[in-house]
Ligand binder design. Structure first.
Ligand code: UTP
Length: 313
């Protein structure tokens, strides 16, 4: 069996990046030369996924426009004699990639969409009973090769006939309360691909069962939809994907986690600190402008007190 479909939830409000995200979707913020969602889509294509569904909202039309055909722009650049190498990569139809869009509705009387579990539920018809990938639109898995993590996840998912396969990475102990943290079965605790006995949403450091944090990439079987229907909303009214995954584990279904390797880095932009760091990482890696930016940063640092430089007068 082959997995060809992916769901990309992009319907969140992005409140942690206000005021920028009042009118601009978080997923359209640039990371280096591309909006973050562009990096996510390239990662999915690199893993062999060709039918991509965005779970979106009325505030996110810029995402649809970004992936739409723009033949007059292409023609303009061609007539202009511009360098087409980069822009021609946007011609997804030629690359055999299809985009689909559906809306996650905000229920009457609510002020926000009901969370990532609800976003995935909106894609049930699209998946048509087959396994599929979920990739959050505000996180990139950075690596030198194209999408090695997703490729390993898909291979593991199919080999173990799993109901769910999650990407995880190790976080410092004091940060566990920001993430979903997984509990490997004791016999496989040190393995890079391990079965899970549990998963907890944002545990305090002293209650965290491990330091392995869920990392924005999943492979699911169709069982996830019944699990999402079965779980109650959290006290804040959200339907957490984590709770649905815990439900699968409690039902005795095979749920596994794959660790990121040292060559893979999770970069997200969910808050300003993470966004600034991710932008700098990507800008520094830019083949043309990275070295210049590095020289500039060195100059800035040399003027910073406490960084080995002189205090500005
Ligand atoms: P986040 O929880 O990080 O995004 O979801 P958010 O809700 O937009 O962030 P804040 O807390 O308000 O700042 C991760 C991904 O899932 C999408 C988001 O758009 C983001 O890409 N998402 C989140 C949905 O599609 N629907 C939701 O109900 C929640």
């Amino acid at each position: 069996m082959e997995i060809t479909k992916a769901i990309i939830p992009v319907a969140g409000l992005g409140t942690r990046l206000l005021p920028t995200t009042k009118a601009i979707p978080k997923e359209m913020l640039p990371v280096g030369r591309y909006p973050i969602i562009h990096h996510v889509v390239e990662e999915l294509i690199g893993a062999g996924l060709s039918r991509l569904l965005f779970v979106t909202s009325r505030a996110k039309l810029a995402i649809e426009n970004h992936f739409d055909d723009y033949s007059e722009l292409m023609l303009h650049l061609e007539l202009d004699g511009s360098e087409m190498k980069e822009v021609s990569r946007f011609d997804y139809r030629k690359r055999g990639v299809e985009f689909f869009f559906t809306r996650q509705q905000v229920p009457l009387g609510q002020t926000k969409p009901l969370g990532t579990g609800d976003a995935v539920a909106a894609a049930e018809n699209f998946t048509d009973g087959a396994p599929f990938v979920v990739a959050f639109g505000d996180s990139i898995i950075r690596s030198a090769e194209p999408a090695p993590l997703l490729r390993r996840m898909i291979a593991s998912h199919l080999a173990h006939d799993s109901a769910c396969t999650i990407a995880v990475y190790e976080v410092p102990p004091e940060l566990t309360h920001h993430y979903g943290i997984v509990v490997p079965v004791p016999a496989e605790a040190g393995a890079t691909d391990c079965q899970l006995a549990g998963i907890l949403e944002k545990p305090a450091p002293d209650l965290a069962p491990s330091r392995l944090a869920v990392s924005a990439r999943y492979v699911f079987g169709p069982q996830i939809f019944d699990a999402i229907r079965a779980i109650p909303p959290s006290p804040s009214g959200e339907i957490y994907l984590t709770d649905a995954i815990l439900h699968l584990i409690r039902q005795g279904q095979m749920v596994r986690a794959l660790r990121l390797t040292p060559g893979e880095q999770r970069c997200d932009i969910g808050n300003h600190r993470a966004y600034f760091q991710t932008f700098i990482d990507y800008a520094l890696a830019d083949p043309q402008l990275g070295p210049e930016l590095l020289a500039y940063l060195r100059q800035v640092l040399s003027r910073c007190p406490g960084a080995g430089g002189q205090t500005a007068p």
